[in-house]
Each structure stands twice: as C-alpha cells, then as structure tokens.
Design a binder for this molecule. Structure first.
Ligand SMILES: *Cc1c(COP(=O)(O)O)cnc(C)c1O
Length: 480
C-alpha cells in the first residue's frame, strides 16, 4: 500500500480527546480514576498504530474506528483494575496446592480474623496486669496442650522457624544431618542453603540411601551443636535404605548432651494412616519421642494460616525468643487470630476433621466424590445446550500436595470434558481466563476437573464459565 494511504490510516486513529466524549468512556470515567482511563486510551491507540505500521501491505485490515479503539481501551482498563491476588477455583485435586494458596482456612478462623481485625485487641497487652504483654503467648498455651510440649513459639513460616532455630542453637557450630535428608522444598528452600545462611555448618553423614546411628556418632566433635532430622516430605527413598529413628537419635543426643531438632515440614496433629496415607508422623509423636525442638508449617496438613511453629524444650525456645531475628520473623495479629482458632478445633479431633477444610478434603470417600462428580457433570451438560461437549465422570487420583506424602495418591473422581470444537488446551485456557479462573488439568487428551478440591458453592461458577466458554467457542466458529 502506498505511503499516503498509510498516513491517512494513521490519521484516522481517534484522539484521546475524541474518545473521552464517547458514552462508553464517559461511563468508565465514573467508575475509574481519570488517570487510568486516559492511560488505557493511550495504550489502545498506540496498539492500533503499531498494528497498522506492522502491516504496511494492507494496513486497512486494522480496525482504527473509535468504537473498536474504545473497546480495546475498556478491556485494558478492566484487566489493569483487576486485583492481582484473586480467588480461583482449584479443580486440580491437589489439596495443599502451594501455587494456589495452600490450605483453606476453617470458617472459625475466618470469623476470628474478621472479629479481631475490626476491633482493637490485646495482641501485646496483658489484660490481667494492665501492662505491656507479649504477642507470643496467644497460641502458646493451646500448642502446648495439643502437642505435649513444654513451650511453643510461632513465626512467619516454617522456613523461618528452621532458620531461627539453627541460628539460635548452632551459629558458628556444626549440625549433623543425614545425607538422605538434605531436602529441597522448592522456592529455593534447601536445607544446606538454609543452614549456611543461618550461620550453622552442615555436617552431612551417611549415604543418600542409608544412614546409621554410628554415622551420626562418628561426626560428633567439640564443635557439634545439635543433631537434626529433616522429614523428607516431598520425596521418598525406596529400595535398600536405612534411616535412624527419632528415638535412636534422641538417645544419642542425650548421651552427648546435644539437642535433637526435627523439621517435620507438614506437621499433622491427626494420624492420617486411616485414610491410607502412611509415613506422616504427628507432632505429638515427635514430642513424645523426645525431640528437643520440632518445627512445622501452619498451612500444610495443619490446615491453618501460613506460619512456622516451633515446639519443644522451654530453655531452648527461650533462647530463640531472645534472638533479634524473632522480631524480623514475627507473625501479625491476623496470623495469630486464624492460628489460634484453627488450633482450638483440634481439641476435639472429630471436630477438626469436620471443620478443617484440608482434613475434610483428605477424608472424602470415593463414593461421595463419585456422587459429586455425577452432580457436577449433570449441571455442565445442562450448560451445554447444543451438545458440543462430551462430559463424563471418571476415576482419578488426587494428592495432598504441599510437599507432603509424596507418591501417595487419594482415589477419587473427576469430570472429564472433551469436544470436537474445542481442544483440551483451548478449554484449559478459556477456563483459566474465566473470572474467577478455573484451574484444572489435562489428562489423556481430556480436560479434567477433580471434584475433591472444588468447593460446593463453586459449582454455579463452573457452570457459568462453561456457558461463556461455549459462547466464545461458537463465536469463533462463526468468524473463522
Ligand atoms: C514445607 C517445608 C518447609 C518450609 O515450610 P514453609 O512453611 O513453606 O516455610 C521446611 N521443611 C520441610 C521439611 C518442609 O516440608
């Protein structure tokens, strides 16, 4: 196309001023800050200008009409005013999904959060003595009651808990750990790195698959500060293996007067073996076995808010409390409010099983899940009025996630969708672009939603999303 036509097309692009007079933009101005609206208009004009310039052969293929540019601007405005942290529907079947916010809080914890955040509270005020108090007392009593430990301390997360414990008890000294337990959790939490940055020196002993008590004993010297056991929460070594039990390590620790630290990772209060989940020691067991310090997460199997919980010997935890790092790792009132409410549920295990969503989702039986999947499938078939989707219920496996119970799957059911007009990838993309986004997975060429992690009140959201997805798919058919 000739130069003058290109120029005339560029000139046809509407100005910001002209767009500002359009009804749709005026309406936007009443709901959004003027600055953001103008920014979006500039963005839309510039986008179309670039498109014209990139297509010099036939720049008239680019829509330069004010209506189109305004629509583009409004779309941009909408996406730039969305929250970046948003709710999503977790249809992955991974219960403690690290990318999707880990555990859902129990209703009791949410209510506590709301109550305590809307009023002043005694976070650091001793109501009996009428003077300054400590924020650390709030969850401590219930933690000691539940775990049988002498003392408890809550910090920002379990990585922080491990860091604080090592920095307090082992800085400039050595900590003996089995080579089979040098875990990387992901998100750059690696036991050797955490240890190095905490100032403790790692003394790794044994072999990847086998470590014996004599390996630990042989590594003890005058620089040794502690013996440490790390729960290999996200992988499993199988075959010709040997691990030293916590009890054996405790006996050795007592003999050499060395504290034994156990990083449990998930840290459950409930024995999950009755759900077929094996090998996840409870916090009570670790305390009972004599571990001097035990650390675990608040938002993995415990099902509470993000937190790092340290329980154990009072003299050692008092040392941690005095470490200036504790201030840097401290939790806020929201964490304490939600944690205390979650912990109190565990006073009655049956109640915890009902009220803690993470536990509830683990406990769902395949029969119930099949019923749910049938229900959701029926709802989605209703949404598919033209019958372009094939919607089936099929067995699938869910996971606990959060790096707990690796290789152990929970049998359940999902809704599998396939179609001749929509590829599984396109379905995944459109549902992920929904508001709120729906996150499922693709398995055997089908789009699969595991009903275990879908909350009952989310069914209508998924139905709506399917209606919109089909509208878009059909719109695409017409234009192509
Ligand atoms: C998850 C995990 C951590 C880190 O806990 P965060 O709460 O994510 O900080 C540390 N150690 C082990 C063994 C873990 O599984």
């Amino acid at each position: 196309m000739t130069e003058p036509t290109l120029q005339s097309l560029l000139r046809k692009l509407p100005s910001v001023d002209a767009l500002l007079h359009m009804d749709s933009i005026r309406e936007a101005l009443s709901n959004h800050p003027r600055k953001l609206v103008i920014e979006s208009l500039r963005y839309a004009i510039e986008t179309q200008r670039q498109r014209i310039l990139r297509d010099p052969e036939s720049p008239d293929r680019v829509d330069a009409s004010p209506r189109f540019v305004a629509r583009l601007a409004l779309e941009h405005l909408q996406s730039s005013s969305d929250y970046t942290l948003r709710r999503v529907v977790n249809a992955t079947g991974v219960i403690v999904h690290t990318n999707l916010g880990r555990s859902l809080l129990p209703q009791e914890a949410v209510d506590r959060l709301v109550t305590l955040c809307r009023s002043y509270n005694n976070l650091e005020y001793d109501l009996e003595r009428g003077q300054r108090g400590s924020r650390y007392v709030h969850a401590e009593a219930v933690l000691c009651e539940l775990t049988g430990a002498e003392a408890a301390l809550v910090v920002n997360n379990n990585a922080g808990a491990v860091f604080l414990v090592l920095n307090t008890l082992a800085r400039d000294r050595e900590v003996v750990v089995s080579r089979g337990q040098l875990v990387e959790i992901g998100g750059s939490f690696r036991i050797p790195d955490v240890m190095r940055s905490s100032g403790a020196a790692l003394k790794d002993v044994g072999c990847t698959n086998r470590t014996h008590l004599r390996d630990y004993e042989g590594a003890i010297n005058e620089r040794t500060a502690a013996l440490m056991k790390v729960h290999t929460s996200n992988y499993r070594i199988i075959g010709f293996t040997a691990e030293v039990t916590l009890e054996e390590l405790v006996t050795l620790g007592r003999q050499y007067r060395l504290p034994v630290i156990e990083d449990l990772g998930s840290g459950s209060f409930v024995d999950l073996s009755r759900f077929g989940l094996l090998g996840e020691p409870t916090v009570q067991e670790a305390v009972k076995a004599g571990a001097d310090v035990v650390t675990f997460s608040g938002d993995k199997l415990l099902g509470g808010p993000q937190a790092g919980i340290i329980v154990g010997r009072k003299d050692l935890l008092d040392q941690c409390r005095k470490n200036p790092l504790t201030r840097a790792l401290r939790v806020d009132k929201m964490t304490l409010a939600a944690l205390e409410a979650t912990l109190r549920l565990y006073r009655d295990e049956a109640r915890a099983m009902e009220a803690v969503p993470t536990l509830g989702m683990i406990a769902l039986s395949p029969t119930v899940l099949e019923e749910w999947a049938q229900g959701l499938a029926a709802l989605l078939r209703e949404a598919d009025s033209r019958g372009v989707l094939e919607i089936k219920v099929r067995p699938c496996f869910s996971q606990v996630g959060g790096g707990s119970l690796p290789g152990q799957n929970l049998a359940g059911h999902g809704v599998a969708v396939s179609s001749t007009v929509l590829s599984p990838n396109r379905m995944e993309m459109l549902l992920r672009a929904n508001k709120p986004p729906i996150i499922g997975r693709i398995e055997s060429e089908q789009y699969l939603m595991d009903v275990r992690t879908i909350q009952p009140d989310e069914w209508p959201i998924i139905r709506e999303a399917f209606v919109r997805m089909l509208e878009r798919a059909e719109g695409r058919e017409e234009t192509s």
